[in-house]
Design a protein around this ligand. Structure first.
Ligand code: DC
Length: 218
């Protein structure tokens, strides 16, 4: 685990793919700071929702984006389903993305490196990342996981609704013009449909260890 210089790990993937869990585990293992960039878009969506503003109000979204404080992102508040949908809507605006991407890049540039997860980390935010991972799973598997998650927290939801929501969000996130969700050519693809989080972690770790071993040889 000796990565004396700097290590930047970029993790992308669709909603509920398991990328967040993987990102947290890797950050923990390699002692790196972690940023869930989805929370930054959620914070903007949440700000518009609580002020009763329409989600296509670009200037209000820009103002909210400028106010996003990476040290103050409340996962609990931002985890609501309506906030996720609002985040995906405000994330189509290039000016909003630019403001958030600048903050995300500053986070990634800290000495020692960082783990960032989102939709465009390997393609736009950190194209020079040392390791890029693309975590995905079928929409059905992701919906079932999300349902288990909701149940485990004592909530209620309908599988068909969750699936429809995931498909709609995938279409918006992968179909937008600016920085759509896509697999970077140099990313390691981890399909977790039939892979446990432990297996995904080991696969990710092996990709990272390869990079570190090559670095130690030079
Ligand atoms: O990862 P998440 O579900 O918290 O993300 C919420 C929304 O934010 C997602 O549907 C699209 C947007 N997003 C983005 O456009 N780019 C990112 N790097 C992260 C999230």
């Amino acid at each position: 685990m000796n990565h004396s210089l700097s290590l930047t790990i970029a993790i992308d993937g669709p909603a509920a793919s398991g990328k967040g869990t993987l990102a947290r585990r890797l950050a923990d293992y390699y002692h790196l700071p972690h940023l869930d960039t989805g929370l930054t878009y959620r914070a903007v969506g949440h700000a518009l929702l609580i002020h009763g503003l329409p989600l296509d109000n670009v200037s209000a979204a820009e103002t909210a984006a400028r106010q996003v404080d990476l040290a103050n992102l409340d996962r609990e508040v931002l985890s609501a389903h309506e906030v996720a949908d609002a985040a995906s809507k405000v994330a189509v605006f290039p000016t909003v993305r630019k403001i958030l991407v600048d903050k995300q890049r500053a986070f990634a540039a800290q000495p020692g490196g960082a783990v960032l997860d989102g939709r465009d980390i390997g393609t736009v935010v950190c194209p020079e990342a040392d390791v890029k991972l693309y975590v995905t799973a079928s929409p059905e598997v992701r919906a079932a996981r999300r349902l288990r998650d909701i149940h485990s927290r004592g909530g209620k939801a309908d599988l068909a609704d969750i699936l429809a929501d995931i498909v709609r969000r995938d279409e918006r996130d992968a179909g937008r013009a600016d920085s759509p969700l896509r697999l970077a050519p140099d990313a390691h693809l981890l399909d977790t449909s039939e892979m446990s989080i432990e297996a995904a972690f080991q696969a990710a770790r092996s990709a990272i260890e390869d990079v570190l071993a090559k670095r130690n040889k030079t």
